[in-house]
Design a protein. Sequence first.
Length: 162
Amino acid sequence: MSCGSNLALAGFVAALAGLLLGASDAAADELRGRARVVAANEIEVAGTTVRLAGIRVPRSDQRCRIGAGSYDCGRVAADALRDLTTGTNVRCIVRGENAAGKPIATCLADGYDLSEGMVYTGWAAAEPDSGRRYLALEWAARAAHRGLWRGEFASEERAGNR
C-alpha cells in the first residue's frame, strides 16, 4: 500500500468511528420498548420515566366537574394514556428535560404520537408553545366536548411538570 492509500484508509476509519460514536450518542437520546403509564403525561420506557412533550394534564388526584357531579379526571386521563399504549411498542425521542431534571420526550406508540392522541381525545391540553397542530387539536376536542372538555376543567390546576 502506498502512503496515500494509508492516509485514505485512516481517514475512512476515522470517519466511520465518528459515525459510530455519533450513533451511540443518538441512541442514548432514544428509548424503545413497552410503556408503563406513571401518570397522564408520564410513561416509563426501558427503565426511564419520561414526561410527554407538549401537553398539560390534570394532576393525578385532581377532580373535574360534569354538571352537578365530579370525577377523578387525573385517573381517567392516565387510563386514556394506558389505552393508547397497551400492546404497543413505544419509541421516545428525548428532547430535553424539565426543571426537575426529568426527560421530556416525544413518544410514539407504533408510530402514533402519544401527546397528539391525548390532546385529540380531550384528556390533555396543548402547552401554549407546543405548536399549531396540538393547539388546533385541543380546540377541536373542546368544540366536540371530548374528554376533559365535557365538563369543567380548571386549567390553572393542570399539572404542567415543566
